[in-house]
Structures are given as C-alpha cells and as structure tokens.
Design a binder for this molecule. Structure first.
Ligand SMILES: Cc1cc2nc3c(=O)[nH]c(=O)nc-3n(C[C@H](O)[C@H](O)[C@H](O)COP(=O)(O)OP(=O)(O)OC[C@H]3O[C@@H](n4cnc5c(N)ncnc54)[C@H](O)[C@@H]3O)c2cc1C
Length: 501
C-alpha cells in the first residue's frame, strides 16, 4: 500500500501533521495501539506560548527554556520554537482547539504563559484532532499496527514495515515518512508514560545508522502520585503554579533551601530535592489553603482521580514521588524535521531538535509537536511548489496566503519494495517478561541519580538479556542506546545527574 505521506504515531505531533498534510495529498497514519494511546492524552498542564506581548516577551521564554536546559540547548532551535508559538496556537484555534482564557504559570517559567483546558489539556487536544481526522477522507488510519522496521533502499527511506492486529506484515510505502513515535519513558519502572512509549523510534534509527542525540537526558517529573498505579498519575506542575507547596515528613516546606525559585524551580532541581527529603520519609504536596470551589474548577481531572484513593486536594496532604516522564533526546533533526536519512522526518518527543537541551522546560513539548508539524508541512509544501513551478515558494514565516494554489497530488509509488519478510514480530509472554526486566534495570541503574559503576553494571545486564523476538530486540536496542549515552557523559548536566564515585 502506498500514500503520499506516511506518519507513524497518533499523538499531537502525528495527528496535527496528518491534518495539515491531508491538504497536499493522501496520508496514511499508523499507530501501535488504539488512537488515543499516546503520551499526549495524559498531558495536564498545557502548552507554552507568549501571547501577552505587553507583559511577557519572547526573549524571556527563550531564556527560561535555555536555563531549564542548562544552556545545552540549540539557541536557534529555541528561538524558532518560541517565535512560532503564537502562530501555531492561532492555527489550533482555527481547528477548533480553544484554550481557557487565562494562562497559568509553571515551574521554570517567568510568566503565566501556559495555555490549558482545565487540567486535561492533552486529552482535549488529542480528542479534538482525532475527531477531525476520522472525518478526513484523505487520511487512512491503521491502528493497532506495530511499526518495527523502516524500508530503506538506495540510501532513501521508502516507508515502513508494519505488523497488523492479525499478525500480518505489510509494507507501507511513501515518498515522505514521518516518525512521530513519542519517547521512551515506559522503559523505566516508575513512569507517567503509557505502555506504548518504549523508544521504538530510537531503535529504528539505530538499525539504519540514523543520527541520535541527547539520549541521556531523561526527565524525571518531581510530583507523581505516590500510589501504585500504571501509568503513575501525574500531579501537574500547575498545582505548584497555583500555590501548592512541597512539604517533607515533618510537614515543613523545603524548596527554598534548594533554589531561589522555591517550588517553581526547574524540574531536575525539584526532583533531586525530593529525593533528598525522601530520606526522612514521605514527601507531600500541600494546596489545602485554596478553596474547594477553585480546586474543583481548576483541577477537575486531578480531583476526580484523587477521589479514587480517598484523597482531597482541599483536605489532604498528597503523597508524591518522582518518576520518568520525558525523553529530551532522540532522532536528530534540523528545523524542518529532516533526519540524516533522505525522505525521513522525525517529529515531537521522538525527535532531538536541540530545543530541550539537558532538560525540558514545562509545557514546551506539546508546543514542539505543533511547531515542527507546521514546519514539516511547509517544507514539504514548498518542495512540491518548487518542483511544480520552479520558483521560490512561500515560507512558514512569510505565510500570506499567496501560495495557496491548488497542488497536484504526487504520484503514488507503485514499486514493491520489500517482499521477503521471513520473521513475524509477535508480542509474546517473552516480550512482557523482557520489558519488565529492562524497566527494572533502567530504573535501578539509570534513574534519577546515576553512578558510573552502577551504570556499567546495568549496561552489562542489558547486554546479557536474550531477545527472542523483534519487539524485544527493538526495546533492548533503545535501552542500550540510552544506557550508553548516560555512561558517555561523565559530568552532571540538567536531568543527567551522575555521581562518579
Ligand atoms: C502525564 C503527562 C503529562 C504531560 N503534561 C504535559 C504538559 O502539560 N505540557 C506539555 O507540553 N507536555 C506534557 N507532557 C509531554 C507531552 O505529553 C508529550 O511530550 C507529547 O504529547 C508527545 O507527543 P508526540 O505526538 O510526540 O508523542 P505521543 O503523544 O507519545 O505519541 C506517540 C505515538 O506513537 C505511537 N507509536 C510508538 N511506537 C510505535 C510503533 N512501534 N508503531 C506504531 N506506532 C507507534 C504511539 O502509539 C503513539 O500513538 C506530558 C506527558 C505525560 C506523560
């Protein structure tokens, strides 16, 4: 089967880009689980964008992003992200995705610039995009379809191999393949991420020598509900943005001891502070001083979840602990989302654009998904225009509608590329046990505070695991790549905290 555009992943990045590219041709959207199984669906806080230009500035958003990333960020990429934010929020608005009137503030941000829909921003965005896509005749959806290989011929990406829910294998072909496969959070035992995020974008890249970057920077979210549950339930930074304080087992606030921004310090600092305070016992979030009305209105989703455990924001101290949350690195791309393999793009959490540096600033990732989806759309659109008219096409920056000429759809590729698949990647009991073991190793040896000797031990244990199917092999590759990157960076930086003893 072939289409003009092939997108892997149904989070914000894949869905938004599918909607955009459907203007230019046929789109096949492949996703591993059900459409909604994506990190996006779990995002609570919102999307960062400077829109109040009287009080806030683009420079401030750039500075906050760089500070959170320990200045390991690519400044050009950060400026690109921040400048496009207002424009892409308008685009979302045009698609019917409308946020609450007042933005909020989150850790590491100097101003209130987080646009949200109550505390279920991700679910709202995901749902709105899915509804549009399901009605779009130009988009063909393959859900419960597992992508386990790229089709590469003559140094070009020509599509992917996919295993459908009947265990049949299909080559899906396209002149433009876009990986929007999310991160690798579920490779860690404690995580806020759903089961689909096991770093398979990273493995596809390794199999074909595609450049990766910054894999050691796994962000641990400081405040996750400390109750066994999968995925673990996030207590959004927005709670601290609205005045919640972290308190230790003695009921004492402690964050000012660790950072001048107190409870709104960057995530890695809060995470390590909690780890330290946990030595004395349980750490809690305390927002009991806010009114019931406010809390239920502002955090309906959190209040609802907490009730399942007989906890109330207005009444109780809420037990918290850190957990793996976000993969800052991934497949290296330029500002147009291009990887170093021809005709292959990467987008969203799977990509490493250089925006996040050594740690992601809160609410920059949903933004990244949309900004780079727009960028890829304009890149492809311009290329088509150039091919057709041999003239300079309009750019993302100078969009004025003058380029909105009807486009010819590109010819489908008819050539069969892969015929001989001699193995079937099945999700077996072996895979489940294998994944469990990987998660244990990653959490134990490559968790919040890393130690060189322990990491070397972890790497050895990862190597010794014997993968018996393709799915297991792929997650082993991803885990090994993250582990090796952790060992390679000898000094602590951002969310990579290493103790060399
Ligand atoms: C609890 C939580 C709260 C968050 N809150 C915020 C927030 O407030 N603001 C913010 O900016 N960010 C937040 N984030 C981060 C943000 O949600 C993600 O970074 C973002 O949604 C990633 O979007 P994505 O489209 O790149 O990937 P995802 O949404 O993770 O989607 C990845 C897709 O790829 C598919 N896939 C993966 N592997 C395969 C495969 N082998 N074959 C086929 N399909 C595959 C998956 O099934 C999925 O559909 C939060 C994350 C979590 C977990």
């Amino acid at each position: 089967m072939s289409s003009d555009f092939l997108i892997v992943g149904s989070g914000i990045s894949g869905l938004f880009l599918a909607e955009k590219l459907s203007e230019l041709g046929t789109v096949t959207l492949v996703t591993k689980g059900a459409m909604r199984e994506a990190n996006t669906n779990f995002a609570q806080g919102g999307i960062a964008a400077v829109r109040d230009f009287e009080n806030d500035t683009l420079e401030s958003h750039v500075q906050d992003t760089m500070e959170a990333g320990s200045f390991h960020n690519d400044k050009e990429a950060v400026e690109f992200l921040v400048k496009k934010a207002d424009f892409v929020l308008q685009q979302m608005n045009d698609m019917g995705i409308v946020f609450d009137e007042n933005p909020t503030r989150e850790g590491g941000h100097s101003f209130s610039r987080i646009w949200h829909k109550d505390d279920f921003s991700g679910e709202y965005i995901e749902e709105s995009l899915i509804l549009r896509i399901q009605k779009n005749a130009n988009i063909n959806i393959w859900d419960r379809a597992y992508v386990f290989e790229l089709i590469v011929e003559d140094g070009e990406c020509k599509g992917v191999l996919v295993q459908d829910h009947n265990d049949e294998i299909h080559p899906l072909e396209s002149q433009n393949t876009i990986l929007a496969m999310g991160g690798a959070g579920y490779l860690f035992e404690k995580t806020t991420n759903p089961k689909v995020t096991v770093g398979e974008g990273i493995s596809l890249a390794i199999l074909h020598g595609i450049e990766l970057g910054d894999l050691e920077f796994i962000q641990f979210h400081p405040t996750v509900l400390d109750i066994e549950r999968e995925p673990m339930f996030l207590l959004s930074e927005a709670l601290r943005g609205e005045g919640a304080k972290l308190v230790n087992a003695d009921g004492k606030e402690f964050m000012l001891k660790y950072h001048e921004q107190g409870d709104l310090a960057p995530r890695d600092i809060v995470t390590r502070a909690i780890r330290e305070e946990q030595k004395k016992g349980q750490v809690y979030l305390d927002i009991r001083h806010r009114s019931v009305d406010f809390l239920r209105r502002r955090f309906p989703n959190i209040a609802y979840e907490l009730r399942k455990y007989d906890l109330k924001l207005e009444r109780d101290l809420i037990p918290v602990t850190p957990a793996a949350h976000y993969t800052c690195g991934g497949i290296k791309t330029d500002l147009q989302g291009r990887t170093n393999l021809k005709n292959l793009f990467a987008l969203g959490e799977v990509a490493c654009t250089g925006i996040h540096g050594a740690n992601r600033l809160a609410s920059n990732s949903l933004l990244e998904g949309v900004v780079f989806a727009e960028s890829i759309y304009w890149e492809i659109k311009n290329e088509k225009l150039k091919m057709k008219n041999d003239e300079k096409a309009a750019s993302y920056e100078l969009r004025d509608g003058s380029d909105e000429k009807p486009l010819e759809k590109s010819k489908n590729m008819n050539k069969k590329i892969v015929q001989n698949v001699d193995y079937l990647p099945v999700k077996t009991k072996h895979y489940e046990g294998f994944l469990k073991e990987i998660r244990r190793i990653m959490w134990e040896y490559f968790g919040i505070i890393r130690n060189l000797k322990q990491m070397e031990k972890g790497l050895k244990e990862l190597h010794e695991l014997e993968a018996k199917d393709i799915s297991s092999h792929n997650i082993q590759l991803a885990a090994l790549a993250i582990a090796s990157a952790c060992i390679e960076r000898k000094e602590s930086l951002g969310c990579h905290w290493v103790n060399l003893k």
